[in-house]
Ligand binder design. Structure first.
Ligand SMILES: [Zn+2]
Length: 155
């Protein structure tokens, strides 16, 4: 007959295995089959991965988030956009959770001082300012730690 498409070996009569693109010897045929199978699996997984990523992006879009990544570690951080209700309600605790210790102390002491000078109205105003600036502060903090923005999501 012809020759093997894999190793170019001459094939005797009835020696070749026919595939979609031609004939292969008994060594190359199973190799080719497993490569095709592997390719199929990889393509399927790649498709799944892309679909998942698109869904995630859509979700983030709806939530209005920005994604930051630290190049050295590969860590991902999400930052909200607009007013941050968690920072408004939990103030210093929120900054502690996000690893901004300096800001935690600043907000804690600042709120005590403002409350003692201006009462609860002053304290609430202070919390509103904190809620309104928290996401921006968080972004600055991440940038200082070597994060850079992956997806700027703006509403
Ligand atoms: Zn061969």
């Amino acid at each position: 007959m012809g020759e093997c498409l894999g190793c170019k070996k001459k094939l005797g009569v009835f020696e070749g295995y026919t595939d979609s693109d031609g004939e292969y010897c008994k060594n190359c045929f199973p190799k080719r089959k497993s490569i095709l199978k592997l390719k199929e699996i990889t393509e399927k997984e790649e498709k799944k991965r892309i679909e998942k990523k698109l869904k995630e992006e859509e979700r983030n879009d709806k939530l209005g988030k920005r994604i930051y990544k630290q190049k050295a570690s590969g860590y991902i951080e999400e930052v909200g956009i607009g007013f941050n209700g968690w920072a408004f309600f939990f103030g210093p605790l929120w900054f502690l959770v996000k690893g901004m210790i300096g800001m935690m102390l600043l907000v804690f002491i600042g709120n005590l001082l403002i409350a003692s000078f201006f009462g609860w109205i002053g304290s609430i105003l202070f919390c509103i300012i904190i809620g309104a600036t928290a996401n921006r502060t968080h972004e600055d903090h991440l940038i200082k730690k070597g994060y850079s923005i992956l997806k700027p999501k703006r509403k």
